[in-house]
Design a protein around this ligand. Structure first.
Ligand SMILES: NC(=O)c1ccc[n+]([C@@H]2O[C@H](COP(=O)([O-])OP(=O)(O)OC[C@H]3O[C@@H](n4cnc5c(N)ncnc54)[C@H](OP(=O)(O)O)[C@@H]3O)[C@@H](O)[C@H]2O)c1
Length: 332
């Protein structure tokens, strides 16, 4: 969402992903200012049994004054045809994140009603409407019903508490999640937060069968801790974005090393994105690695990574080990 794409173009991208074997889709009421769920619902209508869907609870798009709502379709056309093309610049050369904060070194913000900071990369302060905290079972049920309507289905495979903090949880909400599973409205539930908050929740609610969704950068060294603690599974995301938008000098060095280990041409297009996603897949071998893209060619390229030769995957594992010893990647 947000790109210069029509509804038909967006649906076509979803079809490209599906046709190339991607059968899991991640959305949230917040995404696309509230439009993403209903778009996915239209796409999933005829395929519901052959795909799985994550959506989330907690962050909602800001409500616009009722008087302005009739103008929204016009505003979207102006945005797509005029503003987005104006903002578009030639793509910057990929840059590499020199140092990602170590877990524990960057404690999350103290939660307070009315102020919201997203720690996992979703739109931050100013974007989403702040939820009332702590959560209540009534809020959970009413937002779930809304998502079911938007997604045109009667169950959600993975229902995640979006940017949840430990302090938002209470026994009423945990019981309600369990009831929703028993009622068949959700199949699994979990958290979609930053790494630090997720770790606190997992430690304080160790008995809860959490699905966990976290950002996973190239130098995150404790993803296996989350793999072991996330039941039934771990979803990781933003492995590309954290590096491509991070701004760091070592991407070239990492690509050189990858090319050297795998006998590939270091200048071939798509090498860095391929490496980043392969490293993400190797760090989370039993779970699911999410990516987003507005380009069919990128979607095709990314799905082909699942068929890489074992030697390439072995080389990616070696680079993970090397990255774990240093947050600034140095070849060799
Ligand atoms: N709180 C949460 O639970 C949370 C937070 C953040 C994200 N998420 C989920 O995770 C998904 C992915 O996260 P994300 O979008 O932040 O990060 P991402 O998938 O790591 O990065 C997306 C960026 O990578 C680019 N890209 C994708 N494939 C590429 C390729 N082959 N070559 C070059 N560039 C490529 C995309 O550009 P193009 O469009 O040009 O391809 C886009 O700019 C989101 O859509 C969302 O569903 C969840």
């Amino acid at each position: 969402m947000g790109a210069a794409l029509t509804r038909t173009g967006r649906l076509r991208l979803l079809e490209t992903a599906y046709d190339h074997g991607i059968h899991h889709f991640d959305t949230a009421p917040l995404y696309g200012q509230g439009l993403a769920e209903s778009l996915l619902g239209s796409f999933a209508r005829s395929r519901r049994d052959s795909l799985t869907i994550t959506t989330k609870f907690g962050l909602l798009p800001r409500q616009r004054p009722a008087l302005l709502r009739p103008l929204l379709p016009l505003a979207r056309v102006i945005n797509r045809r005029l503003l987005i093309p104006l903002r578009q610049r030639p793509p910057a050369a990929p840059r590499f994140s020199a140092s990602l904060p170590a877990l524990g070194a960057t404690p999350g913000p103290a939660p307070s009603a009315g102020s919201r900071q997203t720690s996992s990369g979703d739109p931050g302060a100013g974007g989403p409407a702040s939820p009332a905290v702590p959560y209540t079972a009534a809020m959970l049920r009413s937002q779930l019903e809304r998502s079911l309507r938007e997604l045109e289905c009667d169950y959600i495979d993975y229902y995640l508490l979006h940017e949840c903090h430990c302090e938002y949880l209470n026994s009423g909400v945990l019981d309600c999640l369990q009831e929703l599973v028993q009622e068949g409205k959700i199949r699994h539930y979990g958290i979609g937060s930053g790494r630090w908050q997720s770790r606190r929740i997992l430690e304080q609610h160790a008995a809860v069968p959490w699905v966990v969704q976290i950002p996973d950068g190239w130098a995150d060294h404790d993803t296996d801790w989350f793999c072991r603690r996330s039941t039934p599974c771990l979803f990781t995301h933003s492995s590309l974005r954290l590096c491509l938008e991070g701004g760091a000098p070592s991407a070239e060095a990492l690509c050189q090393r990858w090319a050297q280990l795998t006998d590939q041409d270091p200048s071939q297009p798509g090498l860095l994105s391929g490496l980043l996603l392969t490293m993400a897949l190797e760090r989370n071998p039993l779970g699911c690695v999410l990516f987003s893209s507005r380009h069919a060619s990128h979607i095709r390229h990314n799905t082909q990574l699942l068929n890489l030769p074992p030697a390439h995957r072995q080389a990616a594992r070696q680079l993970i080990q090397e990255a774990n010893h240093s947050t600034t990647y140095q070849p060799g």
